[in-house]
Design a protein around this ligand. Structure first.
Ligand SMILES: C[S@@+](CC[C@H](N)C(=O)[O-])C[C@H]1O[C@@H](n2cnc3c(N)ncnc32)[C@H](O)[C@@H]1O
Length: 243
Protein backbone atom coordinates (compact mmCIF):
# COMPACT_ATOMS: atom_id res chain seq x y z
CA UNK A 1 0.00 0.00 0.00
CA UNK A 2 1.89 3.09 -1.19
CA UNK A 3 -0.74 5.69 -0.38
CA UNK A 4 -3.56 5.36 2.12
CA UNK A 5 -6.21 3.91 -0.19
CA UNK A 6 -8.77 4.19 2.64
CA UNK A 7 -8.33 7.95 3.04
CA UNK A 8 -11.56 8.84 1.24
CA UNK A 9 -13.43 5.80 2.45
CA UNK A 10 -12.64 5.20 6.13
CA UNK A 11 -15.50 7.32 7.47
CA UNK A 12 -18.02 5.39 5.37
CA UNK A 13 -16.38 1.96 5.71
CA UNK A 14 -18.60 0.64 8.50
CA UNK A 15 -21.80 1.49 6.64
CA UNK A 16 -21.67 -1.88 4.92
CA UNK A 17 -20.79 -3.91 7.99
CA UNK A 18 -23.66 -5.93 9.34
CA UNK A 19 -23.56 -8.18 12.40
CA UNK A 20 -23.09 -11.79 11.38
CA UNK A 21 -23.74 -14.23 14.26
CA UNK A 22 -22.49 -17.20 12.18
CA UNK A 23 -19.15 -15.44 11.66
CA UNK A 24 -18.90 -14.73 15.38
CA UNK A 25 -19.68 -18.38 16.14
CA UNK A 26 -16.95 -19.44 13.68
CA UNK A 27 -14.31 -17.55 15.65
CA UNK A 28 -15.69 -18.78 18.98
CA UNK A 29 -15.41 -22.42 17.80
CA UNK A 30 -11.99 -22.08 16.16
CA UNK A 31 -10.52 -20.13 19.07
CA UNK A 32 -11.89 -22.70 21.55
CA UNK A 33 -10.49 -25.53 19.47
CA UNK A 34 -6.97 -24.02 19.51
CA UNK A 35 -7.12 -22.65 23.06
CA UNK A 36 -6.73 -19.05 21.89
CA UNK A 37 -6.53 -16.47 24.69
CA UNK A 38 -4.79 -13.60 22.88
CA UNK A 39 -5.38 -12.29 19.36
CA UNK A 40 -3.77 -9.69 17.12
CA UNK A 41 -5.95 -8.32 14.32
CA UNK A 42 -3.12 -7.11 12.08
CA UNK A 43 -5.40 -5.30 9.58
CA UNK A 44 -7.99 -4.18 12.09
CA UNK A 45 -9.40 -1.33 9.98
CA UNK A 46 -12.06 0.51 11.98
CA UNK A 47 -11.80 -2.07 14.75
CA UNK A 48 -15.17 -3.72 14.59
CA UNK A 49 -13.74 -7.24 14.98
CA UNK A 50 -11.61 -6.16 17.94
CA UNK A 51 -14.82 -5.49 19.84
CA UNK A 52 -16.20 -8.88 18.84
CA UNK A 53 -13.01 -10.64 20.06
CA UNK A 54 -13.00 -8.66 23.29
CA UNK A 55 -16.60 -9.70 23.92
CA UNK A 56 -15.36 -13.32 23.80
CA UNK A 57 -13.07 -12.64 26.75
CA UNK A 58 -9.83 -12.60 24.71
CA UNK A 59 -6.82 -10.33 25.19
CA UNK A 60 -7.04 -8.20 22.05
CA UNK A 61 -4.53 -6.12 20.05
CA UNK A 62 -5.11 -4.17 16.86
CA UNK A 63 -2.82 -2.84 14.15
CA UNK A 64 -3.28 -1.44 10.66
CA UNK A 65 -1.27 0.50 8.10
CA UNK A 66 -3.94 3.07 7.28
CA UNK A 67 -3.92 6.27 9.34
CA UNK A 68 -7.49 7.04 8.31
CA UNK A 69 -8.84 3.62 9.36
CA UNK A 70 -6.95 3.86 12.66
CA UNK A 71 -8.34 7.36 13.26
CA UNK A 72 -11.88 5.99 12.96
CA UNK A 73 -10.98 3.02 15.22
CA UNK A 74 -9.41 5.29 17.85
CA UNK A 75 -12.56 7.42 17.89
CA UNK A 76 -15.22 4.69 17.68
CA UNK A 77 -13.83 2.04 19.99
CA UNK A 78 -11.84 4.18 22.44
CA UNK A 79 -13.93 3.02 25.39
CA UNK A 80 -12.78 -0.58 24.85
CA UNK A 81 -9.19 0.39 25.72
CA UNK A 82 -7.70 -1.92 23.10
CA UNK A 83 -4.07 -1.15 22.17
CA UNK A 84 -4.02 0.10 18.56
CA UNK A 85 -0.86 0.67 16.56
CA UNK A 86 0.13 1.73 13.08
CA UNK A 87 2.10 -1.29 11.85
CA UNK A 88 2.58 -2.81 8.41
CA UNK A 89 1.61 -6.49 8.70
CA UNK A 90 4.81 -7.33 6.80
CA UNK A 91 6.79 -6.01 9.78
CA UNK A 92 5.01 -7.39 12.83
CA UNK A 93 8.03 -8.98 14.49
CA UNK A 94 9.89 -5.64 14.32
CA UNK A 95 7.01 -3.98 16.15
CA UNK A 96 5.74 -6.50 18.69
CA UNK A 97 8.02 -8.09 21.24
CA UNK A 98 5.43 -10.61 22.33
CA UNK A 99 3.65 -13.56 20.77
CA UNK A 100 -0.06 -14.17 20.18
CA UNK A 101 -2.17 -17.31 20.21
CA UNK A 102 -3.90 -16.08 17.03
CA UNK A 103 -3.29 -13.50 14.32
CA UNK A 104 -6.20 -12.57 12.09
CA UNK A 105 -6.17 -10.68 8.79
CA UNK A 106 -9.79 -10.41 7.66
CA UNK A 107 -12.03 -9.29 4.80
CA UNK A 108 -9.50 -9.55 1.96
CA UNK A 109 -6.87 -7.58 3.89
CA UNK A 110 -4.17 -10.15 3.09
CA UNK A 111 -4.88 -9.58 -0.61
CA UNK A 112 -3.83 -5.93 -0.45
CA UNK A 113 -0.18 -6.79 -0.97
CA UNK A 114 0.10 -7.67 -4.61
CA UNK A 115 3.48 -9.29 -5.27
CA UNK A 116 4.28 -12.94 -4.38
CA UNK A 117 7.36 -11.87 -2.42
CA UNK A 118 5.32 -9.37 -0.38
CA UNK A 119 2.57 -11.89 0.42
CA UNK A 120 5.23 -14.36 1.53
CA UNK A 121 6.85 -11.66 3.64
CA UNK A 122 3.46 -10.87 5.20
CA UNK A 123 2.73 -14.52 6.02
CA UNK A 124 6.21 -15.03 7.50
CA UNK A 125 5.76 -11.88 9.58
CA UNK A 126 2.37 -13.09 10.88
CA UNK A 127 3.83 -16.51 11.66
CA UNK A 128 6.77 -14.94 13.47
CA UNK A 129 4.54 -13.34 16.12
CA UNK A 130 2.53 -16.52 16.73
CA UNK A 131 3.38 -18.71 19.69
CA UNK A 132 4.12 -22.40 18.98
CA UNK A 133 0.88 -24.02 17.79
CA UNK A 134 -0.74 -20.60 17.28
CA UNK A 135 -3.05 -19.93 14.33
CA UNK A 136 -3.38 -17.43 11.50
CA UNK A 137 -6.91 -16.85 10.20
CA UNK A 138 -7.63 -14.93 6.99
CA UNK A 139 -10.48 -14.82 4.51
CA UNK A 140 -11.21 -13.66 1.00
CA UNK A 141 -14.43 -13.25 -0.95
CA UNK A 142 -13.03 -14.66 -4.21
CA UNK A 143 -12.94 -18.41 -4.75
CA UNK A 144 -12.06 -21.05 -7.34
CA UNK A 145 -15.80 -21.33 -8.11
CA UNK A 146 -16.63 -17.61 -8.23
CA UNK A 147 -13.58 -16.74 -10.35
CA UNK A 148 -14.61 -19.10 -13.16
CA UNK A 149 -16.76 -16.20 -14.30
CA UNK A 150 -15.12 -13.23 -12.60
CA UNK A 151 -17.88 -10.98 -11.23
CA UNK A 152 -17.95 -7.41 -12.58
CA UNK A 153 -20.74 -5.91 -10.48
CA UNK A 154 -21.96 -6.36 -6.92
CA UNK A 155 -24.86 -4.49 -5.33
CA UNK A 156 -23.90 -4.08 -1.67
CA UNK A 157 -26.46 -1.95 0.11
CA UNK A 158 -29.57 -0.01 -0.73
CA UNK A 159 -31.67 1.76 1.86
CA UNK A 160 -33.55 5.02 2.18
CA UNK A 161 -30.43 7.12 2.83
CA UNK A 162 -27.60 5.24 1.17
CA UNK A 163 -26.78 3.11 -1.87
CA UNK A 164 -23.48 1.30 -2.44
CA UNK A 165 -22.34 -0.92 -5.28
CA UNK A 166 -19.00 -2.27 -6.45
CA UNK A 167 -17.70 -2.77 -9.95
CA UNK A 168 -14.67 -4.99 -10.49
CA UNK A 169 -12.02 -4.78 -13.21
CA UNK A 170 -9.23 -7.30 -13.79
CA UNK A 171 -5.64 -7.30 -14.96
CA UNK A 172 -4.47 -10.88 -14.64
CA UNK A 173 -5.04 -11.84 -11.01
CA UNK A 174 -5.20 -8.25 -9.80
CA UNK A 175 -8.74 -7.07 -9.15
CA UNK A 176 -9.55 -3.37 -8.89
CA UNK A 177 -12.68 -2.87 -6.83
CA UNK A 178 -14.41 0.44 -7.52
CA UNK A 179 -16.69 1.48 -4.68
CA UNK A 180 -19.57 3.77 -5.60
CA UNK A 181 -21.52 5.44 -2.81
CA UNK A 182 -24.65 7.52 -3.19
CA UNK A 183 -25.79 9.39 -0.13
CA UNK A 184 -29.40 10.45 -0.46
CA UNK A 185 -30.69 11.68 2.87
CA UNK A 186 -33.31 14.39 3.41
CA UNK A 187 -30.49 16.97 3.53
CA UNK A 188 -27.60 15.52 1.52
CA UNK A 189 -27.29 14.33 -2.07
CA UNK A 190 -23.74 13.22 -2.71
CA UNK A 191 -21.78 10.78 -4.82
CA UNK A 192 -18.41 9.30 -3.79
CA UNK A 193 -16.01 6.97 -5.53
CA UNK A 194 -13.00 5.13 -4.15
CA UNK A 195 -11.07 2.05 -5.21
CA UNK A 196 -8.88 -0.71 -3.79
CA UNK A 197 -6.57 -3.11 -5.64
CA UNK A 198 -6.23 -6.68 -4.46
CA UNK A 199 -4.32 -9.79 -5.53
CA UNK A 200 -6.57 -12.79 -5.97
CA UNK A 201 -5.16 -16.20 -5.09
CA UNK A 202 -7.01 -19.46 -5.32
CA UNK A 203 -6.71 -22.61 -3.22
CA UNK A 204 -3.57 -24.15 -4.76
CA UNK A 205 -1.70 -20.87 -4.66
CA UNK A 206 -2.59 -20.34 -0.97
CA UNK A 207 -1.53 -23.91 -0.11
CA UNK A 208 1.85 -23.36 -1.75
CA UNK A 209 2.61 -19.95 -0.25
CA UNK A 210 1.46 -20.97 3.25
CA UNK A 211 3.78 -23.98 3.05
CA UNK A 212 6.61 -21.72 1.85
CA UNK A 213 5.95 -19.47 4.86
CA UNK A 214 6.43 -22.46 7.16
CA UNK A 215 2.89 -23.21 8.34
CA UNK A 216 2.63 -26.90 9.24
CA UNK A 217 -1.07 -27.46 8.72
CA UNK A 218 -3.80 -25.49 7.01
CA UNK A 219 -7.53 -26.01 6.99
CA UNK A 220 -9.75 -24.22 4.46
CA UNK A 221 -13.41 -23.44 5.03
CA UNK A 222 -15.96 -22.39 2.42
CA UNK A 223 -18.14 -20.36 4.73
CA UNK A 224 -18.45 -19.09 8.30
CA UNK A 225 -20.66 -22.07 9.17
CA UNK A 226 -17.48 -24.23 9.11
CA UNK A 227 -18.38 -25.94 5.81
CA UNK A 228 -15.16 -27.31 4.27
CA UNK A 229 -13.89 -25.41 1.21
CA UNK A 230 -14.94 -26.93 -2.12
CA UNK A 231 -13.27 -25.71 -5.29
CA UNK A 232 -16.46 -26.30 -7.28
CA UNK A 233 -18.94 -24.45 -5.14
CA UNK A 234 -17.57 -22.35 -2.26
CA UNK A 235 -18.25 -18.62 -2.40
CA UNK A 236 -15.77 -17.68 0.37
CA UNK A 237 -12.30 -18.90 1.25
CA UNK A 238 -11.30 -18.95 4.92
CA UNK A 239 -7.87 -20.26 5.91
CA UNK A 240 -6.86 -21.43 9.39
CA UNK A 241 -3.10 -22.07 9.32
CA UNK A 242 -1.20 -23.42 12.32
CA UNK A 243 2.42 -22.60 13.20
C1 LIG B 1 -11.01 -4.32 3.56
S1 LIG B 1 -10.24 -3.60 4.96
C2 LIG B 1 -10.63 -4.77 6.22
C3 LIG B 1 -10.60 -4.18 7.59
C4 LIG B 1 -11.04 -5.14 8.70
N1 LIG B 1 -10.17 -6.30 8.79
C5 LIG B 1 -12.47 -5.59 8.49
O1 LIG B 1 -12.72 -6.80 8.34
O2 LIG B 1 -13.37 -4.73 8.47
C6 LIG B 1 -8.53 -3.92 4.63
C7 LIG B 1 -7.60 -3.35 5.70
O3 LIG B 1 -6.28 -3.86 5.48
C8 LIG B 1 -5.37 -2.83 5.81
N2 LIG B 1 -4.06 -3.11 5.21
C9 LIG B 1 -3.76 -3.23 3.89
N3 LIG B 1 -2.45 -3.48 3.73
C10 LIG B 1 -1.90 -3.54 4.98
C11 LIG B 1 -0.59 -3.78 5.48
N4 LIG B 1 0.43 -3.99 4.64
N5 LIG B 1 -0.39 -3.78 6.81
C12 LIG B 1 -1.44 -3.56 7.67
N6 LIG B 1 -2.70 -3.30 7.24
C13 LIG B 1 -2.93 -3.30 5.92
C14 LIG B 1 -6.05 -1.59 5.25
O4 LIG B 1 -5.48 -0.41 5.77
C15 LIG B 1 -7.49 -1.83 5.68
O5 LIG B 1 -7.77 -1.31 6.95
Amino acid sequence: MTRDSYEDFAERYDWMKLDNPTRQEFFRSIFNMYGVKSVLDCACGTGRDLIMFQSMGLRVFGSDLSDSMLTVARRDICEANIPLRKVDYRELQENYNREFDAVVCLSNSINEVLEDAETLRALCSMRAVLCAGGILVFDQGQTDASMRTPPEFAPVLNNRDFTRFFTMAYTGDIQTVHIFDFIHTKDICEFKHSSVRIRIRLLDSWCQILRDAGFVSVEFFGDWDLTPYHKNSSQRLIAVAQK
